[in-house]
Design a protein around this ligand. Structure first.
Ligand code: SOE
Length: 380
């Protein structure tokens, strides 16, 4: 904790979509949990001095900076929250951990296994010095999904046999949608696979409490060129990906992610089928979980707003529903709790690496093969 005033100073690197979502979380976390260390929104970091300054004022930051390296040297910064494109994650996170800052990195942890491994090494060394790290898979903090995990862990649906998970968006359906960092391999690593598939793989690991051991998959790019700043540019990542996964507990998972699913804005749907029940979730009805527990024959819709359900004791009376943004507040709160208690928060960088290994195995497996010699990839 900052020696200056006993309050944790936070720096967020990046102020686009995720930087805004994380800024909002740091601003609201004190309203959610009164028993956590206080935070000070110290500095927002970005490349464009005028823009980042404007964003800092809007989003509640005391200052802005264009130099993340100098921010790591500041004694009034205790937490560094990395919300920039994937290719910058490893360099900033490793440097921040070495500087003794607690670190959150937005998902996916990195663009490659090699980068993710470097981050895991740095996190391991930092952990020995009491420095905490976490990867930001915010959907773990949806109350309904945290409740689903609790039901699976408590054996309420028996042995999990089958999972269906899809994460579908449609912001690339229009062929005129312009190039961006998300469509270039060098900045994003992969397309829908890394962006949406990382959430899906993390949910499988989270909900089942199991590792993914085997993968067979396929990726596809429907629109291979898009308007860039200087004319048409090649798209170097996938638009959609499909996979069948097997888990350490013997479950089989069907996974589908796409940015070309016309009419689906941000549709994360999950169904988990076990020997004694099932669970169903749809992000578009974020406060609901469909449960079929303890051998019941039909599913029931449960409104997840009760104080004894995950994350809800800090909010409003029952029935006062939450939104997508609250998942980031919960994430910030869980991180602060771990820092205050001297625990290691989850998902760890090791979890982020495990997800990356599955994503890369899906890509490898996606190399077209003759049907006669197609074999699943074993996740290393
Ligand atoms: C964009 O596709 C995106 O913002 C993802 O990057 C987020 O992780 C997801 O929550 C919503 O969609």
């Amino acid at each position: 904790m900052s020696e200056i005033d006993g309050v944790l100073g936070v720096a967020v690197i990046g102020y686009a979509f995720m930087g805004r979502a994380h800024s909002d979380a740091w601003r609201t976390v004190g309203a959610f949990r009164a028993d956590l260390p206080l935070v000070r929104q110290q500095v927002l970091v970005g490349r464009d001095a005028t823009e980042v300054d404007r964003a800092a004022r809007r989003l509640g930051w005391a200052e802005s900076s264009t130099d993340w390296r100098s921010v790591l040297e500041r004694p009034d910064v205790d937490v560094v929250d990395v919300c920039v494109p994937g290719h910058l994650h490893a360099e900033i996170a490793v440097a921040a951990l070495e500087a003794g800052k607690h670190v959150i990195v937005e998902k996916p942890l990195a663009n490659t296994i090699v980068e993710a491994e470097k981050m895991v090494d740095a996190a391991r060394i930092a952990r020995g010095r009491g420095v905490r790290s976490m990867v930001g898979f915010n959907y773990r903090r949806v109350p309904a999904l945290a409740l689903a995990r609790r039901h699976v862990a408590d054996g309420r649906i028996g042995e999990v046999r089958q999972v269906r998970i899809s994460y579908l968006q449609d912001w690339l359906v229009d062929e005129r949608a312009p190039m961006s960092w998300r469509l270039r391999r060098e900045s994003a690593g992969s397309g829908a696979l890394g962006d949406l598939g990382s959430h899906a793989v993390d949910q499988v690991r989270f909900l089942l409490g199991q590792d993914v051991t085997e993968v067979s998959g396929s990726t596809h790019t429907f629109v291979t060129q898009r308007p860039g700043e200087h004319g048409a540019e090649d798209v170097s990542v996938d638009d959609a990906a499909w996979a069948t996964l097997r888990t350490s507990g013997g479950a089989v998972v069907s996974l589908e992610v796409s940015r070309m699913a016309t009419g689906r804005k941000n549709s994360l749907r999950i169904e988990v089928f076990g020997s004694r029940g099932s669970l169903g979730f749809d992000l578009e009805s974020l406060n609901e979980l469909w449960t079929c527990l303890d051998g019941a024959e039909f599913p029931t819709r449960v409104l997840v707003t009760e104080p004894d359900q995950p994350y809800l004791d800090g909010w409003w009376p029952p029935g006062h529903v939450l939104g997508w943004d609250h998942t980031f507040t919960h994430q910030a709160a869980d991180f602060l709790r771990a820092v205050a208690d001297g625990d290691d928060p989850t998902p760890s960088f090791e979890d982020g690496l495990a997800v990356q290994q599955v994503l890369e195995a899906i890509e490898r497996s996606g190399t077209p093969q003759n049907t006669s010699d197609a074999r699943p990839e074993v996740v290393r």
